[in-house]
Every structure is written in structure tokens, then in C-alpha cells.
Design a protein around this ligand. Structure first.
Ligand code: FE2
Length: 133
């Protein structure tokens, strides 16, 4: 099932909401390709996009943690590490052509992302807004 953006996921900072929306969109594209079982170069491209864009997004948040001296920085970094590790795993599974394993990982990633936004990301709102974002 594709993920649908819901306004309740908003962290109140437009740029970051847009980045979250884009990650959701890429995850949905991966899901679509898996469901159609159209294993071709498209998939490789989109997985690479998922990895690159997620890294860009995490770094974007992490730079602000640093800049604003965010108190929950360490635990938040750890959580991003989890996601990054799963991304590496999914790219490996696809290389080995293990569709089922890859499907499970992407399923995990979509749930992880929404939980992460609603749980972990929302904790930085106050700090980010106090600092003018
Ligand atoms: Fe985050």
C-alpha cells in the first residue's frame, strides 16, 4: 500500500515537510516497481535516488541540530543511522535480486518514516522555531 501524506505529519517547517513528502513519494515509487515486478534499470535508479535524497534530508536536519545545539541530537542521529543501515540493506537485497526481502525492508522503511516524523522529528520543532526556522 502506498503511503499517503497527511497534514498531521507536518512539522510546521515547510522545507522539511517538502523533503518528507519527497521521501514518501520515492518510497511509493519503489513499492510500485516492486509490485509490478518490473525489475530493470528504473529500480536501480530509484533506489539510488532514495538513498541519496534520504542522506541529503538527514544531513539537512543534522546540520541544524549542530547549529542550534539541539539537546536530543545524539539520539536523533542514532535513529537516522538505523534508517541509513536499512537503506544499505535494501540496495544489497536488490543487487542479489531478493525481491521478497527487499519488499519487507521497504515496508519497514515506510512505517519507520512516519513513526520517525511523528515521534522523533516533532521533538525538534520547538528548538528549530525558537532559532528562527
Ligand atoms: Fe529526523
Amino acid at each position: 500500500m502506498p503511503i499517503k501524506w497527511d497534514d498531521s505529519y507536518s512539522v510546521g517547517i515547510e522545507e522539511i515537510d517538502n523533503q518528507h513528502k519527497k521521501i514518501i513519494k520515492i518510497i511509493n515509487q519503489v513499492l510500485e516497481i516492486i509490485e509490478e515486478e518490473s525489475l530493470d534499470d528504473n529500480l536501480k535508479t530509484i533506489i539510488k535516488e532514495l538513498i541519496d535524497y534520504s542522506n541529503y534530508h538527514f544531513k539537512f536536519e543534522e546540520d541544524y541540530f549542530e547549529k542550534f545545539n539541539y539537546e536530543d541530537k545524539d539520539s536523533h542521529l542514532e535513529k537516522h543511522g538505523e534508517f541509513r543501515a536499512q537503506l544499505m540493506k535494501i540496495s544489497q537485497e536488490f543487487k542479489d535480486d531478493k525481491m521478497e526481502a527487499a519488499y519487507q525492508i521497504i515496508d519497514f522503511l515506510e512505517n519507520w518514516l512516519i513513526d520517525h516524523i511523528n515521534g522523533t522529528d516533532k521533538r525538534y520543532i520547538e528548538c528549530f522555531q525558537e532559532n528562527g526556522l
